[in-house]
Design a protein around this ligand. Sequence first.
Ligand code: GTP
Ligand code: MG
Length: 604
Amino acid sequence: MNIRNIAIIAHVDHGKTTLVDKILYQTHIFRDNQDKGELIMDSNDLEKERGITIFSKNVSVVYKDTKINVIDTPGHADFGGEVERVLKMADGVLLLVDAFEGPMPQTRFVLQKALQLNLHPIVVINKIDKPNCRPDEVHDAIFELFFHLDATEEQLNFPTIYGSSKQGWMNTSPTPFQDITPLLDCILEHVPPPSAEEGTLQMQITSLDYSNFLGRIAIGKIARGNISENQPVSLVRGDGSLLKSRIKELYTFEGLGKKKISRVDAGDICAIVGLEEFTIGDTVADFDHPEGLPVISVDEPTMSMLFSINTSPFFGKAGKFVTSRHLRDRLMKEIEKNLALRVEDTGNSDSFLVFGRGILHLSILIETMRREGYELQVGQPQVIVKEIHGKRCEPFEVLVVDVPQPFSGKVIDLVTQRKGELQVMDTKGDMQHLEFQIPSRGLIGLRSNMLTATAGEAVMAHRFEDFLPWKGTIPGRINGVLVSQETGNATAYSIDKLQDRGAFFIDPGEEIYGGQIIGEHIRPGDLVINVVRGKKLTNMRASGSDDNAKITPKTQFSLEECMEYIQQDESIEITPKAIRMRKNLLDEEDRKKIQKQQKAEAAA
Ligand SMILES: Nc1nc2c(ncn2[C@@H]2O[C@H](COP(=O)(O)OP(=O)(O)OP(=O)(O)O)[C@@H](O)[C@H]2O)c(=O)[nH]1
Ligand SMILES: [Mg+2]
């Protein structure tokens, strides 16, 4: 059968997964009576909840007697390394661009990778149904982007398809159509079939799956030769060493699932069960004459966080896995498949330094562990500092902000305070389009301030650019926090009395401990307060009584917001039931001592 291998790439939220759903639908993967639901491709719980793709996925459909292998990729910048890897399975890409937003930082990154791999691009200008979209301008911007990225003459001649993934149509012009067949036809016409080179077996493992029944599954495209069930093979490792192994079972992709098969030929994407030890990047090669493919480079981490066992007074109350042994084993298991992640032991056997690609990358790991029943504690995220040519360097990113005109001054102020430099200023419809270069440090905590300053109107995206010389001190959180003095249950009475001191993060009745961060102080400096004390009796007033009704609802932070909020002397306690922020030193006297010491040192 004829084969086409395509990857769908785009900036976050430009509609990749919605389009893959529509491709599946159009090619009748669903029986008519099957309930499809929205975004069946985002199958993981966290993906469903957040509406983002975290792991790339393979599906396969048949259209006009051609098998089209489709790879859905994540659009968030933290997962860029994953996209880069799975592009190795594709011969062509669908570059989706939002018809209003136009090319964004991640569009540039993924397109650059695709062009470097010589893949054949098809541009899809998506979300044409949006009322204020500007498909023609966006088309021009995309052409310019191709040009800046040194696309070849042939790549510059990219075909363009317009449409709405959401409404389920695609067309060669911006006029609505009944379905997405113009896109499918375009794929058959413009993406070449995989080129099968002459020679012995070569399949680079670019992805990995896991099944409780089958164990670890290696996924990749066969570049040369073919693979059969039970075939003995050599695994060529990244360091050039060889491992003899055998293929137990072999699968190709079919619809949303996998189909067991006895032989797969060059050009197709397949999944292999039975390889003993492998990592992503290894080549499955001929048993007698193994030849490896060039190793895959993985983006280096830009951020680190200290993971420790939970040391709060509430230790062990909610978690199943709480010891340093549990924590270590879990982290070691994670690095097998989470390529951009690194784990280092520290001098302390209860703590590990975990390196990742950004706040989202690390928070997904923490959230997953929490749901599995782990209890842990993490410190403030730190950017990675490197010596380059004798200079102290830190990660810098491109930050793009689209904001209504009246707010642009505020945005520029905010970003400049954090050592960002304005580089591009354009109008985009009735929005102002701003591009900055900013140290990654300056981005931490920026989002919430930006949303407050722009009444929630700013749309921002950023992407790692390079390590550049250290930019000096960046102001951290301005306000101090409200810290609980005692352990016990917070009373409505005392919260009510202290409301003028700040905004609370806890509800009346909530169990808290001394040293826990229970609110934000209205001014700089921390304030230790006692909200456990209280007229127990008055607290029994019927809910809904006047005093109760006056309490402002608590400010609820997500895990990522907590990660961006805490300072160096604070950490986050994470359990299956709760996420709490705390002072590293729970005792007020201990904190005072350290502060005195620091003042003395600063003065000396
Ligand atoms: N108006 C409109 N909205 C769309 C269209 N396509 C997708 N969306 C919406 O855009 C949002 C993001 O869509 P997804 O398909 O999850 O985007 P994605 O590119 O897979 O996002 P990531 O995987 O997180 O990078 C969802 O709310 C969709 O409903 C479209 O053609 N028109
Ligand atoms: Mg997606």
